[in-house]
Design a protein around this ligand. Structure first.
Ligand code: NAD
Length: 480
């Protein structure tokens, strides 16, 4: 029986690589009932700022599978990234990006590379909550949640177990972002303990990315927050030989989206130069997901044989190239090889996944922490020096909260600031409980805000300071 899938042809090189991919799938005998939708540039141009119409969401909910070519996000204000919108609206929390070297057929300096990046797909700086707060300063909120970390980390370990991979590396920047990235790392340790047979380690993302670029053969599965995952997977795909080789699966509890990892490549659109391999490998992952593992293996092996025979698009040409072909020519070559397997590269074998798999929704048990509010950070738009701000605040402050410190871009500048510290017009003033009973009430904070604003100060934001089971739920100022 045919499986209904939603298909978006995308922008730039999207329509060319999607046509090539669908042709290969059809010739391979994929049992698909294709529902096309239009998303991206044309929809944005019609004034739909999300880039997707309501009817397209309906199709996606009906089929629960989307094969999507890359789309162009118009730059400039007013347009949200459609890719991010789809991933987050549909709860596609896991982005799986295998990056494999095809040595010696595709030029690469790292023949042994075979790694999978499991990127958290909904949180982090991609929350998309940005504000301009003063003349000088804009902010972007980085949101990391415990359920978000648990779901992606468990997905990574389950993926490793299911695919016979032996090691999971977690990459974060928790030496700097101790609370947000620290949570991701802590959850990695907690959930990792349930998988004793799988090796595990943690690396700081900067050295981790450098090692992926230089010694990718030492990695197996990498799990990492959203932004780091985005960057490191482009690095990894490029190191395999071309960003055009990377396919990607975006997995949620009920819906899944499959795509290439690269963008719409407007520089080569319409020229027949695009490599359809990334989207094709995304489609192979889709076929396994919809339990057509036999067709997935046939397509993947024919594709490997094509590389091995030296039939290459321009981006992967090298010494082993026997024929430099267009996007369509490459699709023809893969179709010609259906039913054949590579003899030097390792052939793939797939089996259908279990019908029901909801392991990733299992969250660790926990009890609600005892939460106490102990202070508040108020952020000010202020054009003069820290001492003047402290003086103005202290002139009006109430008895419940005491000004403890002022920071500028996170560095303590009052009291006892360093004269060298560069200051902008954006200040954070930390107020703590004054009478020492350890708690602060909302009316006390509102009274403080009324007093400082009546005193002519411009408050641009407030942030409650709480303890959770006695542990501070806020970071210290740099230099505090
Ligand atoms: P890109 O990935 O489109 O292109 C980067 C470089 O890689 C270009 O030189 C391009 O020619 C080359 N390249 C990409 N895919 C290729 C392929 N299949 N074959 C051969 N060469 C290929 O990145 P970009 O130029 O930064 O972004 C272009 C547009 O794509 C932007 O509007 C961006 O927002 C969008 N984008 C979309 C997605 C998506 O839809 N998932 C992802 C990333 C970027």
């Amino acid at each position: 029986m045919a499986t209904a899938i939603t298909v978006a042809h995308g922008d730039g090189i999207g329509p060319e690589i999607m046509a090539a991919t669908l042709r290969i799938l059809r010739e391979a005998g994929a049992r698909l009932d294709v529902e096309p939708i239009e998303i991206g540039e044309a929809v944005y141009r019609r004034g739909v700022s999300s880039g997707i119409e309501a009817s397209s969401w309906d199709s996606l909910r009906r089929t629960s599978v989307l094969l999507k070519a890359p789309i162009t996000t118009p730059s400039g204000g007013g347009f949200k990234s459609l890719n991010v919108t789809i991933r987050k609206t549909m709860g596609l929390y896991a982005n799986v990006r295998p990056c494999v070297a095809y040595h010696p057929f595709v030029p690469t300096r790292h023949p042994g590379m075979d790694l999978v990046i499991v990127r958290e797909n909904e949180e982090d700086l991609y929350a998309g909550i940005e504000h301009r707060q003063t003349d000088d300063v804009v902010q972007c909120l980085k949101l990391i949640s415990r359920p978000g970390c648990e779901r992606i980390v468990r997905y990574a370990f389950e993926y490793a177990r299911r695919t016979g991979r032996k090691h999971v590396t977690c990459m974060t920047k928790d030496n700097i972002m101790k609370m947000s990235d620290g949570l991701f790392h802590r959850v990695f340790r907690e959930i990792g303990a349930e998988y004793p047979e799988i090796g595990k380690d943690h690396m700081i993302i900067d050295i981790g990315t450098a090692l992926v670029a230089d010694q990718p053969g030492r990695f197996d599965v990498i799990v990492t927050p959203n932004l780091y995952g985005d960057i490191i997977s482009d690095v990894a795909a490029q190191v395999t030989g071309s960003v055009g080789l990377g396919g990607s699966a975006n997995i949620g509890d009920t819906i899944a989206m499959f795509e290439a990892i690269h963008g719409s490549a407007p520089d080569i659109a319409g020229k027949g130069l695009a490599n359809p391999s990334g989207l094709l490998l995304g489609a192979v992952m889709m076929l396994v997901h919809i339990r057509q593992a036999d067709v997935a293996a046939a397509v993947h092996n024919a594709w490997l044989k094509t590389l091995e025979d030296g039939v290459h698009t321009p981006d992967i040409c090298g010494e082993r190239t026997s024929a430099r072909v267009s996007t369509d020519g490459f699709a023809d070559a893969v179709i010609d090889r259906l039913g054949h397997a590579p003899t030097q590269l390792t052939p793939v074998a797939y089996s259908n996944p279990p019908v029901v798999s909801n392991h990733a929704t299992t969250l660790l048990p926990r009890k609600r922490a005892a939460k106490a509010m102990v202070g508040v950070d108020l952020f000010f738009h202020w054009d003069e020096a820290a001492a003047g701000l402290a003086e103005r605040i202290n002139a009006v402050t109430n008895g419940a909260l005491t000004l403890q410190m002022i920071t500028n871009r996170g560095v303590k500048v009052w009291p006892n600031g360093a004269p060298e510290t560069f200051c902008t017009d954006h200040w954070r003033a930390r107020f703590m409980d004054a009478n020492g009973d350890g708690t602060v009430s909302h009316p006390e904070i509102i009274d403080l805000m009324r007093r400082v604003t009546n005193g002519g100060l411009d408050v641009v934001k407030s942030e409650a300071l709480c303890t959770f089971d006695g542990e501070p739920g806020y970071s210290l100022g740099q230099g505090q």
